[in-house]
Design a protein around this ligand. Structure first.
Ligand code: SF4
Length: 67
């Protein structure tokens, strides 16, 4: 699966890090790191993380328009 986080919308609440720590991690107070291609086995966790994000910053299976 593919994910992207709109870092302009992310407010670093870290709900995603608690719900899917394999895919999201806060590296510093305002630095979110994420895996852009998490294993499909993590889909349920990642979907829950996206649903829990207060700012709707997590996009799942988005189309990469840069290619
Ligand atoms: S839950 Fe949303 S706002 Fe919070 S750190 Fe994750 S992506 Fe950012």
């Amino acid at each position: 699966m593919r994910i992207a986080v709109d870092l302009n919308r992310c407010q670093f609440y870290a709900q995603c890090c608690f719900l899917a720590p394999e895919a999201f991690r806060l590296e510093a107070e305002q630095v979110l790191a994420y895996h852009p291609h998490p294993d499909d086995a993590l889909r349920e966790k990642v979907v829950r993380a996206a649903a829990a994000c207060p700012t709707g910053a997590i996009l799942i299976d988005h189309r990469d328009l840069s290619r």
